[in-house]
Design a protein around this ligand. Structure first.
Ligand code: PMM
Length: 293
């Protein structure tokens, strides 16, 4: 790529080692299956993997830290041991400490450090990347906290406060990735607003990650006769969100179906590259076969 070519959005593949995640709960609870699933997503082009041992779906109840750790540790060891870039989806500093010891490179804290006040200090000590999501409470209460006047302004302001907490604990700006936390204390309308104005989170040059994959608002968008589309039928819409976000220059998308989003990101990168004036994608010359290229 030339100097003006945009950096491609990264694709993070989801490995939920849980019995109860909303779209794939129970599928990857066996560590060997979870590791194989991670390998498969890497083969499909995932840049990194996000391993989680606690479901955060609406209404989910929390699991003990020991259970969460038992679920994720062998999977992190296995995948990181094979050289994969592994992030761990946890709100607990104690779990984060163990998985970082086991080779994880990033902590994905959907509570943005609110669930465990030790998290910022740990991230500062370890110097790893941290994904800070917008969050207003655990799964049992988040539904009733989905009230906003100006959702984009409020999410930006509340995230800025979390950034200050991490910086105050000694975390460097370069370690931080911001996430609007789609679906976490947000209804469909709020999610669409945040996607429409994702640049609001990119103003201070933080990397931004978006997690729309298979979420309820996509099922509602695709509903037939008022019945939301099932989670596994939301992958096309997820890839469309990935293309749009990649076109806007977000750093990463977090998805269940890696292949679709890898292609979507390729399309967006080709368009951005063409716009940057450096020519098209890989097929910019005429093939001479009569095919349109
Ligand atoms: N969504 C879920 C779980 N973890 N992490 C980040 N950073 N952003 C998200 O939007 C997010 C997340 C819920 O989805 P899942 O249960 O399918 O993993």
């Amino acid at each position: 790529m030339s100097a003006v070519d945009p950096v491609a959005t990264r694709v993070m593949g989801i490995v939920n080692v849980t019995p109860d995640s909303f779209s794939d709960g129970g599928q990857w609870l066996d560590p060997e299956l979870a590791i194989a699933h991670g390998r498969h997503m890497l083969d499909q082009g995932a840049d990194m993997l996000d391993v989680g041992g606690e479901s955060t779906r609406p209404g989910a109840t929390r699991v003990e830290a020991a259970v969460e750790l038992d679920r994720v540790l062998p999977v992190v060891r296995g995948l990181a041991g094979e050289g994969a870039e592994v992030s761990v989806d946890t709100m607990r500093a104690s779990v984060a400490a163990h998985v970082l010891d086991a080779g994880a490179r990033c902590i994905n804290d959907v509570s943005g450090g609110l669930a465990d006040r030790d998290m910022p200090r740990l991230i500062a000590e370890r110097g790893c990347d941290v994904i800070i999501s917008h969050w207003r409470g655990h799964s049992d209460v988040m539904g009733q906290r989905a009230t906003y006047g100006d959702v984009v302004a409020e999410v930006s302001r509340e995230l800025a406060a979390r950034v200050d907490a991490f910086l105050g604990a000694g975390v460097r700006r370069e370690q931080i990735v911001l996430d609007p936390g789609l679906g976490f204390a947000k209804n469909g309308q709020a999610n669409w607003q945040l996607l429409a104005h994702v640049e609001a989170l990119m103003t201070a040059n933080f990397r931004v990650l978006v997690g729309a994959s298979r979420k309820r608002f996509l099922g509602e968008l695709l509903a037939h006769d008022g019945v939301p589309a099932l989670p596994t039928y939301r992958d096309g819409a997820t890839a469309a969100v990935s293309a749009l976000m990649a076109e806007r220059g977000v750093w990463a998308v977090r998805v269940h179906d890696v292949a679709g989003s890898v292609d979507a990101v390729r399309v967006a990168t080709a368009v951005r590259t063409a716009r940057a004036g450096s020519g098209g994608g890989t097929n910019s010359s005429r093939s001479g076969t009569g095919e349109l290229t």
